[in-house]
Design a protein around this ligand. Structure first.
Ligand code: ZN
Length: 430
């Protein structure tokens, strides 16, 4: 316990599973509490799950859940957990929290959270926690946390401004500038301006989509509309991410405009908050050109009943499997080949494009930027803004962070000033 402010990254999230702690005066705030999503690489993936009744012990033993006192067996009276949004890599461990641990999340996330829990997709803690309105602040003088909405690819995503007497820290959360609400992201940048430290999400750093121009959310909606205009026969199958409720609603409306009824599998419909549930595959098979159908990876065997006719298409729109890095991708391809389905990729990432990450850093103009949630944090270079490649599990004192920022800034005669926080732990890279 320390009276000074410290910042500790439990996991830098390379690229998923980011978790960090801000501590001051005996108070401790944990930011995000999710699990790494790495199908085919994570110990519990490809159908391997923690053993029933031993979930937490198993996840602690293999390093999926962070070893922390005061949050699992009993509450230590000083720790609170803050969630930026509902994605599993930010919230997937919440059900392990002791009922007494204060848990705060964006109020705008609640309808989706309740649906996801109710659908059985994601277990949650009881009681579910406290909803915090956009712009509201939790805590007081020693340690306060302000919720500031950002745009991401699901409802209710937030960044944070964390203040102690020694430090102003801004955390972007997962966000983008190319979605339907860029004004939220811009307002976050404005509010965070001049923070001592900016913890910056960098999922897309160093990994631009090969040879493709990335699409904005609105371009995806427009692209889908064009596709429907051209496809007057056959079934249109969609694999969208059900938590992206706006895209589901936009796709459904587009299908409606083109004389097709949009239906979803039951769980996906519940998550998406969409009323059209697939109950009768035979009815869809009898009238393929009158339908659009959301089909996730687990639903691929339904193709046996649907028997999509020639001219049918499979629109991959950010549903799982999300890319060839997932071993399920080739299985999906095998199903499409077996049923003669044309593949169309039509997606838009929930994460800022690399140039927009730079734009965020320039807009906030922090004393120090810490790129996280990235395979290539070293790819973030913003002239005039010192960068720290943080070391996991190492407490950084506020005074140290500020001294580092001054030092690096003074040294910055040439290109990007940078500090390497020790071994970049290549074994931890994903
Ligand atoms: Zn994330």
């Amino acid at each position: 316990m320390s009276s000074a402010t410290t910042l500790t990254f439990l996991s830098l999230g390379n690229p998923t599973g980011l978790k960090f702690i801000v501590e001051h005066g005996g108070l401790r705030a944990i930011f995000d509490f999710g699990r790494e999503h790495a199908p085919g690489r994570a110990l519990f993936s490809l159908g391997l799950v923690p053993r029933p009744g031993r979930e937490l012990a198993d996840e602690l033993a293999v390093g999926i859940a962070p070893k922390l006192s005061g949050v699992y067996d009993a509450w230590d009276g000083r720790t609170a957990v803050f969630l930026s949004h509902l994605h599993l890599d930010h919230s997937g461990l919440v059900h392990h929290l002791h009922p007494d641990v204060p848990l705060y999340y964006p109020a705008a996330m609640e309808p989706l959270r309740a649906a996801v829990e109710g659908s059985g997709y994601l277990p949650w803690r009881r009681p579910p926690g406290t909803q915090v309105a956009d712009g509201a602040t939790v805590g007081g003088g020693e340690l306060s946390v302000q919720f500031l909405a950002v745009d991401h690819d699901l409802p209710g995503a937030s960044g944070f401004l964390v203040r102690t007497p020694e430090l102003a820290l801004a955390f972007t959360g997962d966000h983008r500038w190319h979605g339907s609400h860029p004004e939220l992201t811009a307002a976050f940048a404005q509010a965070a301006r001049g923070a001592d430290v900016l913890v910056q999400e960098g999922v897309t750093l160093g990994a631009p989509p090969p040879g493709a121009t990335p699409l904005s959310e609105h371009q995806v909606w427009a692209g889908f509309e064009r596709l429907l205009l051209e496809r007057t026969s056959g079934l249109v199958i969609v694999n969208a991410y059900p938590m992206n409720r706006e895209r589901v609603a936009a796709f459904a409306a587009a299908c409606e405009r083109h004389g097709r009824r949009f239906l979803m599998e039951a769980q996906a419909a519940q998550i998406a908050g969409y009323p059209g549930v697939l109950t009768d595959p035979g009815g869809v098979a009898a009238d393929p050109a009158g339908h659009c159908l959301q089909l996730g990876f687990g639903g691929l065997p339904s193709l046996i009943d649907l028997q999509p006719p020639p001219g049918s298409v499979y629109v991959h729109s950010d549903g799982a499997p999300m890319g060839p890095f997932d071993p399920a991708w080739t299985v999906m391809e095998a199903w499409l080949a077996r049923f003669g389905l044309e593949f169309v990729g039509l997606g838009s990432t929930g994460h800022s494009w690399p140039e927009d990450i730079v734009r965020m850093v320039q807009a906030v103009r922090p004393g120090l930027v810490v790129p996280v949630h990235s395979r290539s944090p070293e790819a973030l270079e913003v002239p005039g803004v010192p960068r720290l490649l943080a070391e996991p599990q190492r407490p950084y004192a506020a005074a140290e962070l500020k001294a580092l920022a001054r030092q690096l800034f003074a040294r910055a005669a040439g290109p990007t000033p940078s500090a390497h926080g020790g071994d970049p732990a290549p074994s931890g890279r994903t």
